[in-house]
Design a protein around this ligand. Structure first.
Ligand code: KIV
Length: 268
């Protein structure tokens, strides 16, 4: 499969081929080598690694150095994929920080692009400058987990008229600022579809219905790698947590039997 780039992404939108773009998160080298051999379109090294890899309660604790370490590992494992790396919380609170940290993340990880959350004026200025400097930027609106404390929790956006208008306005502003695509997270299906029809850049949905140009999922949810149930909008295709647990339990009991036969048990 040919590696995707921003030109192909734009063409994908214009051709209206109806083939949904598929993006999954990835945080480590070995999983990246696996995804590199699949038909997956885009890899997101999301700051969701704070939750699923580092065990934090929110993504607020993820640092620029964390993102550099994990995104660089993914890039080493998946050289044939278009990689998007998240700018973490607090690294783009001002124009100067956003540009400086964006360049550092892009340069040190060799990711093909960056993603940041929000569509305030200063976000748009950062996107404009990074894009002009040669760094493609993906936008992210709706539920923006880095602002969970300010938003007051995790919930669906676009349910009333003012929220709908705000999302449409934000999506248009992101496109005008130069974003090459935009993630719509937990956005009411009708509003996500409306935005998808209004924009000339691809929309990538998560919990936003089936009619966006692409879909993104956290790979740990899709494969159910953790002890907790994935969010409602994700139908897992496996339960790796239970599978791995059973395999390890099987290994441990077999091993114990062998040691006991050898007279080499732990309890001698
Ligand atoms: O960090 C992440 O995984 C994300 C997706 C949920 C879109 O931003």
């Amino acid at each position: 499969m040919k590696k995707l780039d921003t030109r192909k992404l734009r063409a994908h939108k214009l051709s209206k081929t109806n083939k949904s773009l598929q993006m999954l998160t990835c945080y480590d080298y070995q999983t990246a080598t696996l995804l590199n051999e699949t038909e997956l379109d885009l890899i997101l090294v999301g700051d969701s690694l704070g939750n699923v890899v580092l065990g934090y309660e929110t993504t607020v604790e993820v640092t620029l150095n964390d993102m550099i370490t994990f995104a660089a590992a993914v890039k080493r494992g998946a050289p044939n994929k278009f990689i998007v790396a998240d700018l973490p919380f607090g690294t783009y609170s001002t124009f100067e920080d956003g540009v400086k940290n964006g360049i550092e993340l892009f340069q040190k990880t060799k990711a093909e692009s960056l993603k940041l959350e929000g569509a305030e004026d200063y976000h748009l200025e950062i996107i404009r400058r990074l894009t002009q400097s040669g760094i493609p930027v993906m936008g992210h609106i709706g539920l923006t987990p880095q602002s969970v404390h300010e938003l007051g929790g995790y919930y669906t956006h676009g349910k009333d008229e003012s929220s709908r208008n705000r999302l449409i306005n934000e999506a248009k502003r992101l496109e005008a600022a130069g974003a090459f695509a935009v993630v719509l997270e937990c956005v009411k299906e009708e509003v996500a579809t409306e935005i998808t029809n209004l924009l000339n850049i691809p929309t990538i949905g998560i919990g936003a219905g089936p009619l966006t140009d692409g879909q993104v999922l956290v790979i740990n949810d899709l494969l159910q790698m953790g002890a907790n149930k994935p969010p409602k909008f994700c139908q897992p295709i496996a339960n790796l947590f239970e599978l791995k647990k059973a395999l390890i339990e099987d290994y441990l009991s077999t091993n114990k039997e062998i040691h006991q036969q050898d007279g080499n048990s732990l309890h001698h």
